[in-house]
Design a protein around this ligand. Structure first.
Ligand SMILES: Nc1ncnc2c1ncn2[C@@H]1O[C@H](COP(=O)(O)OP(=O)(O)OP(=O)(O)O)[C@@H](O)[C@H]1O
Ligand SMILES: [Mg+2]
Length: 304
């Protein structure tokens, strides 16, 4: 399958068994969240392991952002359990999550467009030198470190002096990933990093997701796109209307099955019927309801 080839080209080593020893870095057990009387998320299980990419898929409003807001300390769960290194936690600020090595990269990255790349890399955590009261920014060391860290992730920029605003969206995502790795993230959360990107730029971001994974981080990759997920994912969690629609390891699910789960088999068949009434819409390639494979159980029980 071409997607597997692409993953191999990225140097990806895809595994579907949890690593030996060491339990999950982050785990949700039957977790849920209500905003007042709106139940955004209910009964979700998720485990994030070191050196693995856990993909969270789902349509608009499925609860993906709510899920990662719990893990990154922006919101608190209202049901179930949230564990870090096997210990139940309840973060009240993103700072607490960060202190436990959980870093989130959002789409609207918190960068200052007119500042150079190296300056953005250290934003809020600037390196200084000299004794107080004459402490100064250690510009040389910041430039050198940013350069080393970006290169270590395989990101080569011509000039770290260029304003970060002149980089493409994909490159900015990559700088944010390298930054999180440098500042000691063990768990990296990426909320739809490829949503606004073209094919080539998405490929670049997927490559750095694989690089972060290869450096031993546990990655949570949120996406609408089953193709992107399948290129780097070790485990797939599909949310639907705030609940777990599917949770399967890579060996248990094909790209086609994943796509069908994402689209919602029955809904897709209904859509096909509806679209077939419209002139000039080709529905031939859409599956019929009975062509769709039986839904996978919402557990990691294999069907392979
Ligand atoms: N702060 C909030 N207050 C009330 N309801 C909310 C809040 N945040 C999210 N919701 C509701 O929770 C549900 C899940 O939303 P969430 O943002 O987690 O979905 P999502 O999967 O990230 O969607 P998208 O793909 O559009 O980003 C939605 O019905 C949404 O309206
Ligand atoms: Mg969202």
């Amino acid at each position: 399958m071409t997607t597997d080839k692409t993953a191999a080209a990225h140097g990806a080593v895809l595994k579907d068994t949890p690593p030996e020893g060491g339990g999950p870095l982050v785990e949700l057990r039957g977790a849920g969240k209500s905003y007042g009387n709106i139940r955004a998320l209910h009964g979700v299980d998720l485990a994030v392991h070191s050196g693995r990419v856990t993909c969270v898929l789902g349509d608009n409003g499925a609860g993906k952002s709510t899920l990662i807001k719990i893990i990154s300390g922006l919101h608190q769960h209202t049901e179930g359990e949230f564990l870090v290194d096997g210990e139940p936690v309840r973060f009240t600020t993103p700072r607490e999550a960060l202190d436990r090595g959980i870093a989130a990269v959002y789409q609207d990255l918190a960068t200052v467009p007119l500042m150079p790349v190296w300056r953005n890399f250290f934003l809020g955590s600037e390196l200084t030198k000299g004794p107080w009261p004459v402490r100064r920014l250690d510009i040389a060391r910041m430039k050198r470190t940013a350069d080393e860290e970006l290169r270590a992730m395989g990101i080569v920029l011509d000039d770290l002096e260029q304003p970060i605003g002149t980089l493409s969206g994909g490159q900015r995502q990559c700088v944010a990933i390298a930054r999180a790795v440098h500042f000691g993230a063990r768990v990296l959360i990426l909320d739809e990093p490829t949503a606004a990107l073209g094919v080539k730029q998405s490929g670049v971001v997927l490559k750095y997701i694989a690089a972060a994974r290869d450096r031993g981080l546990g990655v949570i990759f949120i996406t609408h796109n089953p193709h992107h997920a399948y290129m780097v994912g070790d485990h797939f969690t599909v949310l639907r209307l705030g609940t777990l629609e599917m949770s399967a390891a890579r060996s248990e699910v094909s790209l086609e099955e994943l796509t069908n789960h994402m689209a919602g088999g029955a809904e897709l068949a209904a859509l096909k019927h509806e679209l077939s009434q419209v002139r000039g819409v080709d529905v031939e390639e859409l599956p019929e309801a009975d062509d769709l494979s039986a839904p996978l159980p919402a557990s990691s029980e294999g069907n392979s």
